[in-house]
Design a binder for this molecule. Sequence first.
Ligand code: R5P
Length: 299
Amino acid sequence: MLPITVLAGPASVDLASRISKELKADLIVPELRVFADGESKLRFPAVKGTCIIVQSTYPPADTHVLQVMMMARKCADDGASEVCAVVPYLAYARQDRPFLEGEYATISLIARLFAASGINSVITVDMHSQLGMSQFTAVGIRSVSSIPLLAEHAKGMNLHDPIAVSPDAGGAERVKAFAGQMNSDILILKKSRNRSSGEVTIENPEMEIKGRDVVLVDDMISSGGSIIAATEVLRKKGASRIYAMCAHALLLGNASKNITKAGVDDIITTNSIPNEHAKVDLSRSIAEVLRSRYNPGFS
Ligand code: R5P
């Protein structure tokens, strides 16, 4: 079998290092230079065999996306037998369709650019939608669920009569899986978003939740608008402690502060994006998928 090398993208050095340890594979950390005009330049030795690039594409999203493609193209041109991009947080996944006239489903462009960069397969985490996944036609894609890990963490939180809540109908399957593992009740809120202003509105739920602990489960927290709107209605209904759990915590601007101010007791997320709330490690789950793909006899 050809060797496996893990290439640590500048955005995900810690996660890449954990994955390489899980796989007992070599780790290369490319040298990065960022020029005054914002251009990146990456330098690393040629990789033979299977090359696994690890890089989440959180902000600056365009820079991180381009860095993934730069690393991939170089690996492919250097003669790697296979290039796999592990992109736990995949930017543009929410742009899976034109919402307003004149818009474009940019995730389909990302899929085509990845293919042109020599990427053979993509492993992501909690991909936003099936529609987004379906745009990856020339490149294989697999989405690893963070739900078992998040639910396992929640089980250790000593919650009182917990309810797993999705801020919107789009997260129904996610919250069902979470509640199934927690053996808890479910509440799916009705959310609407103004597509021009981005403002989020959530209807008051009918369910009685007074005195119960709540875990809000979402794929990502970006501006925090969805979690804040959900927390406001849950607080009005008398929820006790409220926790926000997600795979990807972008927490843009003052999101973290605003979420706390709205009444969320804690934010718990994975290390898909490095930040102070990243308490759940994805490396083992990602490594398992990589192992079964590249070394089927192993597990
Ligand atoms: C929406 O469909 C997603 O699942 C998230 O709820 C949303 O993207 C979170 O964004 P924000 O924090 O800006 O409300």
